[in-house]
Design a protein around this ligand. Structure first.
Ligand SMILES: *Cc1c(COP(=O)(O)O)cnc(C)c1O
Length: 371
């Protein structure tokens, strides 16, 4: 089976983890590896502060908690994304409001935002889906006009840029994931980046059970979302290769683009002229002119040992959200159709040209293929 991703861990990364363990950097919020990983990663993103946590989901949860919103307030979220974004709202007593996707980039449709804002709307969490950035210049303009706080979901966009500026440096906060299949990994892990010292301080406080003075007396309901020191060591070692990883992700994508071009009914991932896509996963959309459905194509690929995944189930169709009091099931026809017709292909950064050709040929031949 050619998997959709593979964590690639080499000896230098293992050595750094062992070094952290030898130095006793096991748990807590201190240690050289946590500090270095936070500061080097934040600097790369173009932010002053980085707050490492134990997952991307925790990063989103903590960022929303730091806003200190009222129960029943609303946050606009991309309809097509990981459930973690909506759960970050839900677990903080805030209502996630899905914003439909845009057919070309699959990111949230900026033209819909103003129509969804109510007096309760306090923030927006755009995701840079599959590594293609949202047009953050335009989004920030809309958000500033309506006093919305912006939390970028950069779980899939490490290194992606908008007009040369890094995703994660536009909003008040940005959340990254370092899960095994992300651009860089710590196994499980995440980070929030920000340029706002008050947010950084509040995030650090809430991350660590909101310990204050005297210790063991608490005024705020904090969390234990700490990242272990040896996990940060893995992150730091991975981070030092990020340029190579992003370059290789783009090599794989360009190679797919070349080999899959001009197939009727097959929509390939975009790269707008103002954007740098890091192609976290190489997604395609199967339209009727392709001849067979997405599910039939999936079957044909799986039969040949090629693993695929569907696009996300949109937030407007999530039973867990529909049960929420005050949830607005906004119509999301584009995100609905992406859920039916989108899939992503093996996208590990070390995927060989040979395997890309094998996969591309399997796709080309699938409409006439008899299993
Ligand atoms: C992976 C991912 C998350 C969750 O990150 P974890 O580290 O797995 O908790 C959130 N949002 C998006 C868009 C993701 O891709």
């Amino acid at each position: 089976m050619i998997p959709v991703f593979e964590p690639i861990i080499s000896e230098d990364e293992i050595a750094m983890v062992v070094d952290a363990l030898r130095k006793g950097e096991v748990s807590g919020t201190f240690g050289k590896y946590i500090d270095d990983f936070e500061s080097e990663f934040a600097a790369y993103v173009g932010c002053k502060f980085g707050v490492a946590v134990n997952s991307g989901t925790s990063a989103l949860h903590l960022a929303v908690a730091a806003l200190d919103l009222e129960r029943g307030d609303e946050i606009l979220v991309s309809a097509s994304t990981n459930i973690a974004t909506a759960l970050a709202a839900l677990h903080n007593g805030v209502i996630p409001v899905p914003v439909d996707s845009e057919p070309e980039t699959w990111n949230l449709d900026l033209d819909l935002i103003e129509g969804l804002i109510t007096p309760k709307t306090k923030a927006i969490i755009p995701v840079h889906l599959y590594g293609h950035p949202v047009d953050m210049d335009r989004l920030m303009e809309i958000a500033n006009k309506h006093n919305l706080i912006v939390i970028e979901d950069c779980a899939e966009s490490h290194g992606a840029t908008v007009r040369g500026r890094m995703t994660g440096s536009f909003g008040q906060m940005a959340c990254f994931s370092f899960y095994a299949n992300k651009v860089i990994t710590t196994g499980e892990g995440g980070m929030i980046t920000t340029n706002d010292e008050d947010y950084a301080e509040r995030l650090r406080l809430l991350r660590n059970l909101a310990f204050i003075n005297p210790r063991f007396r608490h005024e705020l309901a904090g969390f234990n979302f700490r990242m272990p020191g040896f996990v940060a060591a893995l992150g730091l070692a991975q981070f030092r290769k990020i340029q190579k990883i992003v370059d290789e992700k783009r090599r794989v994508a360009h190679s797919y683009n070349e080999k899959l071009k001009n197939i009727p009914g097959l929509q390939l991932p975009p790269e707008k002229d103002w954007a740098k896509n890091v192609y976290w996963m190489y997604g395609i959309v199967v339209k009727p002119e392709f001849g067979i459905s997405r599910d039939k194509l999936t079957e044909a690929l799986n039969e040949r040992g090629i693993q695929t995944r569907t696009f996300f189930c949109p937030m407007n169709q999530q039973p867990v959200l529909e049960k929420m009091e005050g949830f607005r099931k906004t119509p999301c026809p584009v995100a609905d159709s992406l859920w039916e017709t989108g899939l992503y292909l093996p996208s590990a950064w070390n995927l060989s040209e040979e395997n890309v050709s094998f996969i591309a040929d399997a796709i080309r031949e699938a409409p006439g293929w008899e299993g």
